[in-house]
Design a protein around this ligand. Sequence first.
Ligand SMILES: Cc1cc2nc3c(=O)[nH]c(=O)nc-3n(C[C@H](O)[C@H](O)[C@H](O)COP(=O)(O)OP(=O)(O)OC[C@H]3O[C@@H](n4cnc5c(N)ncnc54)[C@H](O)[C@@H]3O)c2cc1C
Length: 383
Amino acid sequence: MTGSDADAIVVGGGLAGAAAAIAVAKAGLRTIHLAPAGPPDRRTSALMMPSVDYLRSAGLIDDPAELGHALTQIRIIDATNRLIRAPETLFDAGEAGMTAFGWNFANSRLLERFHAAAAEMSSLETRNAGATDLSGNTVTLTDGSRLSAPLIVGADGKKSLVRSAAGIHARENAFAQAALVCNLDLGRPIGGTSIEFHYPQGPFTLVPAGANRANLVWIDDRAVLDAAKAGGNDALAATFLDKSQRLFGAVTLASPAFVFPLSTLSVDHAGADGVVLVGEAAHAFPPIGAQGLNLGLRDVADLAEALAAVDRAAPGWASRVSADYPARRAADLARTGGMVDTLFRSLLADMLPAQALRAGGLWALKLAPALRRQAFAVGMGNR
Ligand SMILES: Cc1cc2nc3c(=O)[nH]c(=O)nc-3n(C[C@H](O)[C@H](O)[C@H](O)COP(=O)(O)OP(=O)(O)OC[C@H]3O[C@@H](n4cnc5c(N)ncnc54)[C@H](O)[C@@H]3O)c2cc1C
């Protein structure tokens, strides 16, 4: 391995990058992780049971109850005034033979855990530096120095420099909608039920965060969210009270509100020529059905499998990994992207056929146990 500083360089210090760096180092590769310090990640992530099981098996978390909150039910309330309305639907994890669909975690707490796990690994070096260029298998860092490795892992988010430098074509479609997130304290406990109010411009979702605390994800036109935020906390709390249909009594803000722009992004293939992409560098979509990080963790699991399958004593191993990994990911990326896209468009659709389809779909899910089981399996990302 002459001329290389490591076996792999992972670029990007978000959750996908941190999980990938640990997985790559665990696979036995000398790994450098470029993770420039940034502002705290204010998002929360509902991770479905397969992702939680992966985090446990990878030694990244122990008992999920130490860090997060169980999601045992999902309640969908049609708050539109559409001609054809969907029924109120309650999905219970017990029906699928599970104690919970998954767990809701604060991203910042998960990242702390990942950092603690990374600090224990002698084969993993983390640097507080970004990449400014990638040429072949050489990365230029923000301090001007250069590092080379046969395998480059791009985990540098939607605007991935690694992706564009590697010449991997991405399609991005920005939406007029955005997501406003913040923590709320409610007048009554929310239990383990995630509640989605489906308004015409997008869902208003309360995700359980323990006792009376909920994490809000409100999707609406960007201009509406910016104006609501600019109105100050009292006006925001009044809007939330109204939008939550007073189901939980008084609502107060327990954190500042943040607005995230929304887009979909997909790539033709998630790797080539010694470069692989994980997380939002390879795929992004609106936070509907809580799929983004779940999919990012499945990227990491498949990358670990591609590394386990290759003979690293043979020349050209990194090229083989970067050909094998996208092939492993293709079906899951296409299926999940298609599912979220259809869901998002049907939630926002004003067209009568789409309303009827969605209402009909939810009636079918409400009434047919076999269909519900199938829907659970798709939403959970079961393979
Ligand atoms: C409102 C909202 C709610 C969500 N809820 C859920 C949910 O419930 N469940 C779920 O599964 N997913 C959810 N998601 C999606 C999930 O948050 C993302 O998929 C996930 O956090 C993306 O992680 P990432 O590491 O790929 O990207 P990012 O978090 O964007 O991290 C990319 C990192 O790369 C770094 N970087 C960028 N350029 C460079 C460079 N040149 N050199 C070095 N580093 C660089 C950045 O600083 C950043 O730290 C949600 C998203 C939003 C917006």
